[in-house]
Design a protein around this ligand. Sequence first.
Ligand SMILES: Nc1ncnc2c1ncn2[C@@H]1O[C@H](COP(=O)(O)OP(=O)(O)O)[C@@H](O)[C@H]1O
Ligand SMILES: [Mg+2]
Length: 329
Amino acid sequence: MAERQPEVKQGAEDQGRAGLGSPELVLRGLRSVGYLPNERIASVVYLGERLAKPVLVEGPAGTGKTELAKSVAAMSNMRLIRLQCYEGLDEAKALYEWNYKKQLLRIQAEQVSRPGSSSGPDGATSWSELESDIFSEEFLLARPLLAAIRAPDPVVLLIDEVDRLEVETEALLLEVLSDYQVSIPELGTIVSTQTPLVFLTSNNSRELSEALKRRCLYLYIDYPSVEREQEIVRSRVPGIGEHLAAQVSGLVRSLRDMDLKKRPSVSETIDLAHTLFLMGAEEITPQLAADTLHVLLKYQSDIEKAAAELTAGGSGPSGSYPRVGTAGR
Ligand SMILES: Nc1ncnc2c1ncn2[C@@H]1O[C@H](COP(=O)(O)OP(=O)(O)O)[C@@H](O)[C@H]1O
Ligand SMILES: [Mg+2]
């Protein structure tokens, strides 16, 4: 039988992971793995680790929330354990479930080796023995939350798109997030031997419960500044010219200022930059921008609106939206 985990909780200092050093080191570490954070991102990540608190990362889709958790794992050589949330996710998929098939086999094997034993005079004892056997760790299937708690090595736990869970299911997370432990009625409480670095992401599709928020540090990741987005483009599309990268981020910024159903995300900026780069374009003309809008915008009404502005020569109501910048030429 597998040994139970020791029920001793260790502090953030003695958990066998080196720590992140300082916000400055986090900033550099993230950059070294291709993630370009701003100072706020670096400092909240640092604090989350220092205080052993989960970080709740909220913001529009495609602004680098998931990528942040992956990059923190990559920069610190930690294993990433990911729980992708969706409506209908339950305890059996998030925490643990019993391996029923294996339990049944175990019971059958017992019957073969000791036929009739459960109805004999010592039936009661052998059943309770069998019961404690089949509800032991050997028969437990650890799902991401329990896997992170039980991990012997330092891990990053990513609870992705937590706003997709029903409010009631959110409660499943609370024990893990506040005490880094999981209670299993048949087995007892499993307490982590190292504090996982936890990131929760949310696209803001609904308000999260107060109880959940209270346990976390909060980080809002908005669309990046034009300069940072330009840098992101250059790091994700190696070889792209500075001028084209600047134009792409300028165009995207001006589109985000429009009243659209769905604003373009950073991933879409990267897609456009990639497309133009592959097309061999050195710069975006208003016509080229209009022709490639479908890479950035995913609603026909948005595409038509933006195309109309572009072909009208960029003289929109509040100045010139959308614009094809000419900076750096
Ligand atoms: N700060 C950043 N540095 C580098 N790449 C980024 C950054 N922000 C976003 N990206 C890029 O945008 C893509 C989408 O980010 P993702 O983390 O999936 O967004 P979401 O916020 O929806 O989880 C990533 O694959 C990554 O390439
Ligand atoms: Mg995501």
